[in-house]
Design a protein around this ligand. Structure first.
Ligand code: ZN
Length: 91
């Protein structure tokens, strides 16, 4: 019996395929879809990953928000006002 190795192929019907939806510092755009991070796909993934510990997700996002605020203040000061809504209101 022979088994040929499977090479991972990107499947356009698979929402998990394609580039990961991770923040690109220091502008905090999404590396997967270029939307502001966390984009809807990133939010969906985070909610799934932290579905049993929403408090940990808020702590994690709070830390990322602080990091984003610091970095964005230097490159795009006008975008920092809305960071709380962007990072934490949806959790
Ligand atoms: Zn994205």
């Amino acid at each position: 019996m022979t088994t040929s190795p499977r090479h991972p192929q990107s499947n356009p019907d698979d929402p998990a395929a394609g580039p990961p939806h991770l923040p690109m510092r220091p502008l905090w755009g999404c590396g997967g879809c270029q939307a502001e991070w966390p984009c809807p796909a990133a939010r969906h993934a985070l909610l799934a990953e932290y579905r049993n510990d929403r408090t940990a997700l808020r702590v994690y996002l709070g830390a990322l928000m602080a990091e984003a605020a610091e970095q964005l203040a230097q490159v795009q000061p006008h975008t920092t006002a809305d960071l709380h809504r962007r990072f934490l209101r949806w959790v």
